[in-house]
Design a protein around this ligand. Structure first.
Ligand SMILES: NC(=O)c1ccc[n+]([C@@H]2O[C@H](COP(=O)([O-])OP(=O)(O)OC[C@H]3O[C@@H](n4cnc5c(N)ncnc54)[C@H](OP(=O)(O)O)[C@@H]3O)[C@@H](O)[C@H]2O)c1
Length: 331
């Protein structure tokens, strides 16, 4: 009999998540039936959307999330023993699944053999949803042109670090906004961003005016709130904004300039997206990002926390900005 460790959503988050909000239990798993497989978690993802979606989750149920797991028993020929699967199984060590999920972008998929020479965990990052959020969310919505100026917030994170590099590949001038000097150094020195702004110590408005007095063409927004209200005032006429996320939403807002004046007077295009919009083109994003990695044009970084028991810490560390690139947990 296999025992799974599972994080149960015990208490609705009130502000920043607290350790008692989730609790680990042990669950005895039954034998697998025809059409099912048993998989053991190898890497689990911790992502901002988990905090945002928590308000819609039922208490007493396993906490949500994607993981990469090794199939250890199978009665489903599509998911053979020994292969690795990407599944929306939640925060748990062992899962019985038939691979099906009502939402197309959450059904289980085998990790393709062509990724075998790269770390498995990348399928949770640059070669997974964050990478595709960057690829599609930036290229399809911002439609960047060579020579244009692009601003990216959350610039050192899983999505933002890839957006800035894709913008460089497309010949743009790229300004990243991140939360520490170390992150700013990483995105400029290692990833090739042209400039970085530390939003915790610098005046974003004043620095943007200095770095790009002529204004900016595209803004890829991971954070929302005060940073975005400031950036939007710097967009040129017909500027484009791709709204990927709003992680700063947990902070109370202070006096911010209304974003509506520049939206109207500059006839801006702002568009929010869910990466699932491109589920039918999913492989295109993965293949292009993989090609850029192999050509040395796209770099990735991961912040890996060891131990299933440390998942909650990995989650809150990510929410408070301790991660560079994608935050993952290795079981
Ligand atoms: N639309 C979609 O389909 C989709 C898909 C994936 C992700 N997303 C969204 O994309 C955004 C980035 O996700 P990710 O996975 O790449 O996360 P991430 O950037 O790797 O990690 C979160 C980062 O957010 C920053 N942050 C935390 N609080 C902040 C605040 N108050 N103001 C500004 N920055 C803050 C921190 O970096 P600093 O040190 O710089 O503060 C932290 O490292 C999130 O908003 C997420 O919800 C959307």
């Amino acid at each position: 009999m296999v025992k799974a460790k599972v994080y149960i959503f015990e208490k609705q988050f009130d502000g920043f998540p607290k350790s008692g909000d989730l609790k680990i239990i042990e669950e005895e798993l039954p034998p697998i039936k025809d059409g099912e497989f048993l998989a053991e978690a190898v890497y689990l993802s911790v992502d901002p959307y988990m905090r945002a979606r928590a308000q819609f989750l039922k208490l007493g149920e396993p906490f949500i999330g994607f993981q990469i797991a090794k199939i250890c028993e199978s009665k489903n020929p599509e998911f053979p023993c020994g292969k690795h699967v990407l599944g929306f199984f939640g925060w748990r060590t062992h899962t019985i699944s038939n691979g099906i999920h009502p939402e197309k972008d959450r059904k289980s998929t085998l990790i393709p053999d062509e990724l075998n020479d790269l770390p498995l965990s990348l399928s949770l990052g640059v070669l997974g949803r964050p990478g595709n959020s960057a690829y599609f969310g930036f290229l399809e919505i911002c439609k960047p042109k060579e020579g244009e100026t692009v601003v990216v917030s959350g610039a050192s994170g899983a999505v933002g670090s890839i957006v800035g590099q894709i913008a460089k590949i497309k010949g743009c001038k790229v300004i990243g906004i991140a939360g520490s000097d170390e992150k700013c150094k990483w995105i400029t020195n290692e990833l090739g961003f042209d400039h970085a702004i530390n939003y915790k110590t610098e005046d974003v408005d004043a620095v943007l005016r200095k770095l790009s007095p002529e204004g900016i063409d595209c803004y890829f927004d991971n954070v929302g709130g005060e940073i975005s209200s400031t950036v939007i005032h710097h967009l040129k006429k017909f500027g484009r904004v791709s709204i990927c996320g709003a992680i700063s939403g947990y902070n109370e807002t202070s006096k911010v300039k209304s974003i509506y004046r520049p939206i109207i007077s500059n006839e801006l295009t702002l568009e929010g997206f869910l990466v699932a919009r491109w589920v039918d083109r999913w492989d295109e994003g993965i293949k292009q990002n993989l090609k850029w990695i192999k050509e040395g044009k796209l770099k990735y970084r991961e912040t890996i926390t060891e131990g299933f028991e440390n998942m909650f810490t990995a989650f809150t560390d990510m929410l408070s900005g301790k991660n560079f690139g994608k935050a993952v947990v290795k079981v």
